[in-house]
Design a protein around this ligand. Structure first.
Ligand SMILES: C[S@@+](CC[C@H](N)C(=O)[O-])C[C@H]1O[C@@H](n2cnc3c(N)ncnc32)[C@H](O)[C@@H]1O
Length: 223
């Protein structure tokens, strides 16, 4: 994959020492960490489930998921090895390494490399940084590893209609998104078409409040 967003850059040793990894994934460490955990719990996540954290970064959500899940049931993939390394540091400080997290650095969303199927998958603030064809790749790869009744939740910035070429300012959060550069916006119809192309169905989740106005989608296998 070509370099398309700032996440191809590795954190320096100085940045890691200064705790910059938390900022690199968007900050709001506690708030957005808890938000994603509480959301998946509401959707039915249980200790015995297997969870795939797509673009897990330095485990802002992963820390909370690992506390809940049975040993070995958390799987995180990210393109950025420095974020995965700092995620391991976070786990060490939180005393959670004995939960046996499965962490993979990969730039093609090759979730099959984990060799298991998932009950839940989550992509929190990931589609917001991806071109449409990369989202399509991600969906194809997620579909291969979802249990028949598994669900993939992913956030995005919503545009009111397809091919919305002009920037959009989202409130709350004060984030300006773009049609063809990071951070990206997409219409629901555009996301729906991507899902249909790969044999998934999608719906918008309404009871989800993100502090920066990202909306939540749920993808499932088509009947
Ligand atoms: C805003 S951060 C969110 C991280 C994490 N989901 C969280 O909530 O803290 C976006 C993450 O997506 C990852 N990412 C971006 N492009 C990716 C790609 N093509 N494949 C895998 N991960 C990617 C970045 O490295 C980064 O960790």
């Amino acid at each position: 994959m070509e370099e398309v967003n700032s996440y191809w850059r590795q954190l320096s040793a100085d940045e890691i020492a200064a705790g910059q990894h938390r900022e690199m994934v968007g900050g709001m460490w506690e708030e957005i960490g808890h938000l994603q955990f509480d959301f998946l719990k509401q959707q039915g996540l249980l200790p015995e489930h297997r969870l795939l954290d797509v673009g897990c970064g330095c485990l802002r959500g992963g820390i909370h998921f690992l506390r809940l899940l049975n040993k070995g049931n958390y799987y995180g993939l990210d393109i950025n090895s420095s974020l995965i390394a700092t995620g391991k540091m976070e786990l060490t400080s939180a005393g959670l390494l004995d939960k046996n997290p499965n962490l993979l650095v990969n730039d093609k969303f090759e979730f099959s490399k984990f060799g298991v199927k998932f009950d839940f998958a989550l992509g929190l603030s990931v589609f917001t940084h991806l071109f449409m064809n990369h989202i399509a790749r991600c969906l194809v790869e997620v579909k291969k590893v979802l249990q028949p009744d598994g669900r993939f939740y992913a956030t995005f910035f919503q545009a009111p209609y397809p091919a919305h070429l002009t920037p959009i300012l989202h409130q709350p959060g004060d984030v300006t998104t773009n049609y063809d550069s990071d951070p990206f916006h997409y219409s629901y119809e555009e996301v729906q078409a991507l899902a249909e192309n790969v044999g998934l169905v999608t719906e918008l989740i309404w009871d989800w409040q993100h502090p920066r106005s990202q909306k939540m989608l749920c993808f499932k296998n088509a009947a």
